[in-house]
Ligand binder design. Sequence first.
Ligand SMILES: Nc1ncnc2c1ncn2[C@@H]1O[C@H](COP(=O)(O)OP(=O)(O)OP(=O)(O)O)[C@@H](O)[C@H]1O
Ligand SMILES: [Mg+2]
Length: 407
Amino acid sequence: MQTLLSVSGLSKRFARGAPPVIENVNFSVDEGEIFALLGPSGCGKTTTLRIIGGFERPDEGRIVLNGSELSGPGRHVAAEKRGIGIVFQDYALFPHLSVTQNVAFGVRRVSRSERLRRVDDVLRVVGLSGYGARRPGELSGGQQQRVAIARTLAPNPPLVLLDEPFSNLDALLRQATRQEIRAVLKRAGMTAVLVTHDQEEALSFADRVAVMRGGHIEQVGTPEQVYHRPRTLFVAQFLGRTNLFLSDAEGEVAITPIGRVRLNRRASGSVLLALRPEHLTIESPGTIGTGPCGKIIRREFKGHDITFLIHVSGTEVLVHTDNRMPFVPGDRVHVRALEPAVVLESEAMVRQAEADDAALPGESEAAGADETGAEAAGAETTGAPGAEAAPERADDPEARVARTLHP
Ligand SMILES: Nc1ncnc2c1ncn2[C@@H]1O[C@H](COP(=O)(O)OP(=O)(O)OP(=O)(O)O)[C@@H](O)[C@H]1O
Ligand SMILES: [Mg+2]
């Protein structure tokens, strides 16, 4: 696949002496790819998008689109000259113009008939043929968002940027709309960068996800990679519930409170392991024999699955099973890992790798502690070495349990 957008070494401070809002951000997006920037509030997603769009100038770094430099040392192509399509959270439709007029707005320098043909085409693509005469006020939220997308697609931009485009929609409509919009972008072969703080949205919408935190990218990968093989504690916790075990590793195994587990990579000495609840299962005592026996202290039937809370080896472990698992509270069970445990990189290792990558002499000031409420709220929930700032759900007891570290 051909790289369409390349972002390298991007840094930005809004005030002299202030900590950078983004620092050494690097990623590239292939032609036809949908890429998501995912992270908690205030981590620098919108700032990154605005720099790509040309609405902000970076202090350092380069933006290259289709081989031409848009931002770089001594170079800044104006936003309106970039031809990049942008979809905002609030749609920003003209209320007094019809759907057709709204969509036609960005299509310039073509004949009237060509313009109307493009409008017809994109309205068909977003499933709104026949709605051209309506005003935005006569449409549902989801339909308005589709008009906004149609307006962005109509000039056939090389790249579309979407900043939290679904956050104004209620949960059901959001899910349906994002599926439709994803299909629309894929049908049109568009390349897109989505900004969101919603994990499920990023995982379901994007081909690849960059997880951001405090102004830098912590991991880039396919949804499966970042979910199943998080690099860091932050990524593991930001993408969903996870059990954490501080254990001793020897080669490809480690001894944990649930017994010996396989590791996703070789390691030795003290390691922090992550195992998602659905990567565990429970079995009757004696069936496997090797692991310690635990006791079910809670069972939560949720329809399509069950969450068990198991007390084992002096610690509590969350296990998600299918909805037929017969055990009930009080039962004694083994907990067995269905997947290798993920060896997380320590904060120090990540920082070192970043410092090695950065190649920015004299730039030693790291992005400071996150100023976001979401991160601050989670800050006291783990005591892991180098572990900080669980992103969300600090008040959720299950999440707290899942974050408990096991000596
Ligand atoms: N124009 C500005 N001047 C000063 N500080 C700014 C400006 N724009 C953004 N910031 C700060 O930069 C940080 C990152 O902001 P940004 O809007 O990029 O975050 P975000 O990841 O998009 O967050 P959210 O999910 O809440 O939209 C925040 O601390 C914000 O207050
Ligand atoms: Mg934002």
